[in-house]
Design a protein around this ligand. Structure first.
Ligand code: HMG
Ligand code: MG
Length: 298
């Protein structure tokens, strides 16, 4: 019943580092991207073009994008919340841009300072411009199971947002559990709601691991036919506007599980663990990945 292959987007350089208090120099971010592509990642979320007052850690977006020695066949994506972000990003030639909305009104306000309806109005011209320039477009959907401000989110709200994303031309979407409160059945409901508007091939799972449920949620998503997932090297991260939320599921843990299930990811786990050790060492902490810790102690 499981897909034979999974494509992983490592969001560590963006989702992972956006919330770090320690300033991470562009050269370290670039080295991390290089290590991820050497490990076999075919999609990397590199940075975001957002207000540096809101997210200071991503202020070096241009420097990071310009410093990457791009590998053929690797897709480099960036976040763009509005036209200003798109214009800055376009100059750096990403392969894909990500507009990011929320299934919860309160989170939309806290994260991007506008309502869901307003966010769609802002995204529409960004999507249009990107597609016209031959750049792919993904839509992140935050708080698809729970919101730090509103609590449980009904699947209807997810379907509503997915429909809006579809209506403005967003090609594929991420079902995000921003604060990692989801459990398998709830996550399946959010995915099924999204599937009213998108094919399973166009849906990816983006599960934060705050409550330790991300791998279980991944398995639940695999059972529905989802085969695109986002994860963060060394389990880095969290959203600055989702207090207490920890990082995405660690890429190392995800790859270990998939390999153990005989599912092809194209990723070299040893190199991946090295990449995680590199950034964790820079941040003076142990990798959050259980698999990385186990392999490093072997
Ligand atoms: P705003 O204040 O409503 O925007 O913020 P504005 O248009 O009124 O502009 C205000 C100031 O921001 C102006 O500067 C603009 O120039 C500047 P000032 O005149 O005050 O000096 N500005 C920008 N600067 C750089 N790049 C831009 C840009 N736009 C305006 N693109 C805005 C709206 C969206 C900009 C703001 O709310 C913002 O930057 N929010 C940050 C959101 C963010 O990055 N959150 C984390 C990523 S989302 C996430 O982590 C969730 C995800 O992982 C999925 C999941 O897990 O749920 C994707
Ligand atoms: Mg996230």
């Amino acid at each position: 019943p499981y897909p034979s292959q999974v494509r992983i987007i490592d969001v560590g350089p963006r989702d992972g580092l956006q919330n770090e208090k320690t300033p991470v120099p562009a050269e370290v971010k670039i080295a991390l991207v290089h290590r991820l592509q050497d490990a076999g990642l075919k999609e990397i979320e590199v940075t975001s073009y957002v207000s540096p007052k809101w997210v200071p850690q991503m202020a070096d977006n241009h420097e990071v994008m310009a410093g990457i020695a791009r590998q053929a066949g690797v897709r480099y994506s960036v976040l763009t919340p509005n036209l200003k972000g798109w214009e800055a990003a376009a100059a750096d030639k990403p392969d894909e841009i990500v507009v990011f909305g929320a299934a919860s009104e309160a989170f939309s306000q806290k994260n991007i300072n506008c309502s869901i309806a307003e966010s769609i109005e802002r995204f529409a011209p960004v999507v249009q411009a990107a597609l016209a320039a031959g750049v792919a477009v993904r839509g992140a959907m935050s708080c698809t199971v729970g919101c730090p401000y509103e609590g449980d989110i009904a699947p209807e709200r997810v379907a509503y947002l997915a429909g809006l994303m579809k209506s403005i031309g967003v090609e594929r979407v991420d079902v995000a559990d921003t604060i990692g409160v989801g459990t398998p059945i709830k996550v399946q409901r959010a995915i099924e709601a999204t599937a009213r508007h998108y094919a399973m091939d166009e849906i990816s799972g983006h599960f934060h691991d705050t409550y330790g449920q991300a791998l279980a949620n991944t398995l639940a998503a695999l059972e529905l036919g989802v085969w695109n997932f986002q994860s963060s090297i060394a389990g880095l991260g969290g959203c600055p506007y989702a207090k207490g939320a920890t990082g995405n599921v660690a890429t190392e843990d995800l790859v270990y599980m998939l390999q153990g299930m005989g599912i092809d990811t194209g990723i070299d786990l040893d190199k991946l663990v090295d990449a995680g050790a590199y950034i964790s060492e820079f941040l003076s902490r142990k990798p959050q990945s259980r698999v990385a810790v186990a392999l490093l102690n072997k």
